[in-house]
Design a protein around this ligand. Structure first.
Ligand code: ZN
Length: 138
């Protein structure tokens, strides 16, 4: 059996680091890679290496706030749809609101940045990385 390799999500190099969380979306992306691009990377672990960590945390923060904004906009549209339904007794506006939320959600996934799988020793590691970053700045 081949040894499990770990690749950095940002620089793409074979490096050790903190693994990302294997959530539904990461699974879907692996599936797409396997079936559309014929790249089977299911054996590999995706990690964030130390050098890329500052970049990653910036991307991740940006993605999270963008996603929150999309969800906020979606909720506003849904509420407007509900208000319209109350007045017009037409469910169409609510359906439109839900479709709109689905589209926004899909759109936010275009810039998807997965969470890190921080457990046990990884927590200390990431604290050390943060310290190193601060030291480098000083
Ligand atoms: Zn890297």
């Amino acid at each position: 059996m081949e040894r499990k390799k770990s690749y950095c999500l940002i620089c793409g190099m074979e490096k050790a680091g903190i693994p990302i969380k294997e959530d539904r979306i990461v699974h879907a992306m692996r599936w797409l890679n396997k079936n559309l691009r014929r790249v089977d990377n299911s054996m590999n672990t995706i990690v964030i290496c130390e050098a890329c960590y500052p970049k990653y945390s910036k991307y991740h923060k940006k993605f999270k706030s963008r996603q929150a904004a999309y969800v906020g906009i979606g909720i506003v549209f849904l509420l407007l749809g509900i208000v319209e339904m109350i007045f017009t007794k037409n469910i169409g506006a609510v359906v439109m609101g839900l479709v709109f939320i689905a589209i926004l959600y899909a759109f936010s996934l275009l810039s998807y940045v997965p969470d890190l799988d921080i457990r046990g020793r990884m927590k200390e590691k990431i604290e050390k990385w943060k310290e190193n970053k601060i030291k480098k700045k000083a």
